[in-house]
Design a binder for this molecule. Structure first.
Ligand code: THU
Length: 161
C-alpha cells in the first residue's frame, strides 16, 4: 500500500482592494449579475462574470424553478451563454459571488461539482486554463489558476481511450 497526498494551490487576498483593477472590476460585474438572480426559493443570489480574451464580459446568475431540479447555477448560466454565443473568444477569468439577506457570507462560495465539470470541459475546449476568482463582500478573495485545484481527480477525455 502506498499513501499519496495531493496539494492544491490557491491565492488568498484579505479583500477586493488587494486585487488588480481588472480583477476588481470583474468581481463588481459578478455583484451586478446577482441583480438578475431568480432565487425566490433559496433567497440565495449568485452572480458570475466571465472576462473573455477580447475584453468582453458575460454575466450569469442562478435561475431557480418551482420544479427545483429545473433551475441552474449562475456559473453554468454564464458558461453556456458563452458556449452558445462566443465560443471562439476564450475565457480568461470567471468571478463568482453570492449574497443573501438571511445571513452574512464570510467565506466565498465555491462552485458545485456540476459547474466545475462544465468549466473543465470549456478549459479543454479552449485549450487554456480559466482563472477562477471567488469573492464575497465580507470575506477574503480566493483565486485559482484553472479548475484542477478544485478537481484534481477530474474525469479527463484520455480516460476514454
Ligand atoms: N448556486 C449557484 O448558482 N452557484 C453555486 O456555486 C452554488 C449554488 C445556486 C443554486 C441555487 O439557486 C442556490 O444557489 C442555492 O443552492
Amino acid at each position: 500500500m502506498t499513501n499519496h497526498e495531493i496539494k492544491i494551490a490557491f491565492e488568498e487576498y484579505p479583500s477586493i482592494h488587494e486585487l488588480n483593477g481588472s480583477d476588481q472590476n470583474l468581481c463588481l460585474e459578478a455583484v451586478n449579475a446577482t441583480a438578475n438572480s431568480h432565487s425566490p426559493y433559496s433567497k440565495f443570489k449568485v452572480g458570475a462574470a466571465l472576462l473573455l480574451q477580447s475584453g468582453k464580459i458575460i454575466h450569469g446568475s442562478n435561475q431557480e424553478n418551482v420544479a427545483y431540479p429545473s433551475g441552474l447555477c449562475a456559473e453554468r448560466v454564464a458558461l453556456f451563454h458563452w458556449g452558445a454565443t462566443y465560443p471562439n473568444d476564450p475565457i480568461e477569468t470567471i468571478a463568482i459571488t453570492a449574497y443573501t439577506d438571511n445571513f452574512e457570507l464570510i467565506k466565498p462560495v465555491t462552485p458545485c461539482g456540476s459547474c466545475l465539470q462544465v468549466m473543465a470541459e470549456f478549459e479543454k475546449k479552449q485549450g487554456k486554463p480559466i482563472r477562477v476568482i471567488l469573492y464575497c463582500i465580507d470575506g477574503p478573495v480566493w483565486i485559482t489558476n484553472g479548475i484542477e485545484s478544485f478537481l484534481p481527480f477530474l474525469f479527463f477525455e484520455d480516460r476514454l481511450s
